[in-house]
Design a protein around this ligand. Structure first.
Ligand code: F6R
Length: 239
């Protein structure tokens, strides 16, 4: 695993944005795997700035997001589709038809998982996947469990995730109890992965990653098996 240590959140955001921009320059029609949450917000803001300065264009890019709450409407301001429009898609020249987020309104979430998985395969996999990490070690919404699912699927959110994400909602009981998420296998179809981590509350999660074990009860440890992962983190995560 490559490690890029940054002095603060702003530097982490810029370093990650530069990795994404370099990927687009190398392959303008690349497939980007994208994440939501607090961690990548600054990176998206930097990518929007780079686009406005003419440093990067998303014209030929296709995106696939990791996950979406289930059920949720795309117009709901807590949906991940809404987040992506607000933080990136509405401000750059990406063709919205080429942006993909699991459909939180799908009548049949199992069929939606299958459709999404087929889409990722049809795109030839992901060139660069951006990940964050949950305090409980989840990546996407692959929550700690005795086994992990490879393909995109519907999953129950753990109490830890519900309480961590309650900060975005009026109260914890408004957080959806389920989500559609890429599986570990879908994430591993990415040729390159950047894992962004910021803040002392993620310290324990990162140390577990460094133990170099693979533990389904700490899904991020699976990243130890991937050949091209770059951890872009703030220094306080490693103290
Ligand atoms: C988001 C996602 C999640 C988050 C993780 C960290 O699409 O898949 O795994 O990356 O929950 O969230 P933040 O960045 O809000 O701490």
């Amino acid at each position: 695993m490559n490690i890029v240590v940054c002095k603060n959140y702003d530097e982490m955001s810029l370093r990650a944005a530069k990795i994404v921009a370099a990927q687009i320059k190398e392959k303008p029609n690349c497939v980007l795997g994208l994440a939501t949450g607090s961690t990548p917000e600054g990176m998206y803001a930097d990518l929007v700035k780079m686009y406005k300065n003419g440093e990067v264009s998303f014209k030929e890019v296709t995106s696939v997001n990791l996950d979406e709450y289930y059920p949720i409407a795309p117009t709901n301001d807590q949906s991940y589709r809404y987040f992506m429009n607000q933080h990136l898609f509405d401000h750059v020249d990406i063709d919205k038809a080429n942006t993909n987020v699991p459909d939180g309104t799908a009548g049949d979430p199992v069929a939606e998982g299958k459709r999404y998985e087929e889409l990722i395969s049809a795109l030839g996999g992901i060139d660069l996947q951006v990940l964050g990490i949950g305090r409980n070690g989840h990546i996407g919404f692959n929550e700690p469990d005795s086994k992990l699912i490879l393909d995109t699927h519907v999953t129950d959110l753990t109490e830890s995730t519900i309480s961590a994400n309650a900060r975005f909602f009026a109260s914890a009981n408004q957080v959806p109890r389920q989500a559609l998420t890429m599986g570990i296998g879908s994430i591993f179809k990415a040729k390159k992965i950047i894992l962004m981590v910021s803040g002392v509350e993620k310290k324990a999660a990162v140390s577990a990653l460094f133990e170099r074990n693979v533990d389904t009860n700490f899904p991020a440890t699976m990243l130890n098996l991937h050949p091209d992962v770059t951890l872009v983190c703030t220094a306080d995560v490693l103290d």
